[in-house]
Design a protein around this ligand. Sequence first.
Ligand SMILES: [Zn+2]
Length: 449
Amino acid sequence: MDTFYAHLDANRDRFLDELKRYCAQPSVAAQNLGMTEMAELVKERLEARGFSVRLIPTAGHPVVYGELGEGPRTLLIYDHYDVQPPEPLELWDSPPFTPTIRDGKLFARGAADNKGDQLCRMQAIEAWLATQGPLPLKIKWVIEGEEEIGSPNLEAFAHEHAEMLRADGCLWEFGGKNEHEQFTLTLGVKGIAYFELRLKEMEVDAHSAYAAFLPNAPWRLLWALSSLRAPDGRITLDDYWPHVAPPSAEDLALVDVLPFDAEKIKANFGVREWLFGMDDRTANRALRFAPTLTICGLEAGYTGAGTKTVLPKEARAKLDFRLVPNLTPDLVYDLLRRHLDRRGFDDIEIVRLSAEHAARTSPSAEIVQAALRAARTVYGHEPVLDPTSGGSGPMYSLCDRLSIPAVSAGVGYPGSRAHAPNEHIRLDDYWQCQRFIGHLIREFARQDF
Ligand SMILES: [Zn+2]
C-alpha cells in the first residue's frame, strides 16, 4: 500500500482545499438552507472519482446515490450531506461556514458530522484508483439530506430501492477515536420515539380565580406524565418492561472494557453522582442498554417576569423514548396511548414527531472483521468494539431491515463538538482515516477469511 499512502501524502493540500470547499457550503436541512447546492456538490465530487451518480427524489431532500467498482463483494456506504443548525453563532470562534484551521484542527459546521467522513472516504477511493487499479469490490453510496432532522424519508427510500441497495456490509457514517485515543468501531444505535403530548382544556385562557370551577391543563398533563415514571426513576409505562431485551453476556463484556471517565463526565455536567446512585460500571452499561424516557420540554401558561394570575387553556410536553432492541416506535406509541386512555387521559393527543428503530450488528460479521483487521494495520493497536451508540440513527431502515451488517467508523474524537459551536476534526485523524478506508476496501474484498 506504499503507493496508496504516497498518493494521499502528495495530495494533502488539494484534499484539504476540497474539504474546506465542502464544509463552506451551508446545508442545514432544518432551515432548508443550501440543500440543493450541497446535493449538487456531493454529486460532482463523487463523479470526479468516477462514480455514476443520481439524485433520487424523496418526499423531502433528494438522496445522492453513487455506484463504482465490480467484485464479488458489495460495500454499502451511508453518509448525510445535511448538518445541524449552526446557532448560537456568537459562540463560534470562527464563522461556522468559513472553514478555518487552528492548531492542526479544521473548524466548521459539518467537519465532524459528517462531511469530513465523506471526503476522507472519497479521497481514499481516489488514491486507490490512482495507485491500486480498479476497486476490488462494488461500492454503493447513499448520502441522504435529512439525517439531522430524523431521516423522515429514508425508510421509504430503502424500502423502494431494496434491490438496488443489496450489499454484503455497510460502512456507517460516524466514529473515530475515544477518550483514550483508541480507534472505535460501533456496531449499532439505539432507537428513538419522539412524541409531543397536547392537552387543550378550554377555548381561551381564564382569570385564575376561575380555577375554583374550571379545569387546569398543566396540572392534568403533569398527572399524566407522572404516571409514566416513578420517583425512583423507573419507567412505569404499562406492559413496557417485557419488551425490553436485556443485553447479552457478549455485549456486556464489550462494554465493560470501554473507557468511561466518570469523574470527567460528572465535572462536565456539574453533577456529584449518577441517577439512582448507580455505580460507574452500571452507568456505562446503561448508556448503551437501558431504555430511557425523557421530558425534553414542557410548555404551559405564563413563564415571563413577575406574576400573571392566569389559568392556561392548554399544555404541551415533548417526550423522547430511547429504545433498545425489541422496543419499536410503533409499540411504544401503542403502549403510551393505552396507558393514558386507561387512566382517563384519552383527551391528551399524542403527536408522533420522529421515530427510529434500534439496530445491531454482530461482532462476527465479515464487515466488522474486515474493519478490525484494517484498523489494527493503520492504528497500530487493537481497536475497540462498541456494541451500540447511546444515540440514534436510521441504521435499522437501511441495514438491519435489508439484512446488511453495519460498522461505523470515522474521523472524529470525543472533543469534536458535533452539533455544538466550534465543531472540528483533528487533521491527523483525518489523514489516518484515509489510510484506514484503503485497508478496509482491501480487507473486505478478500475472500480468504
Ligand atoms: Zn449529527
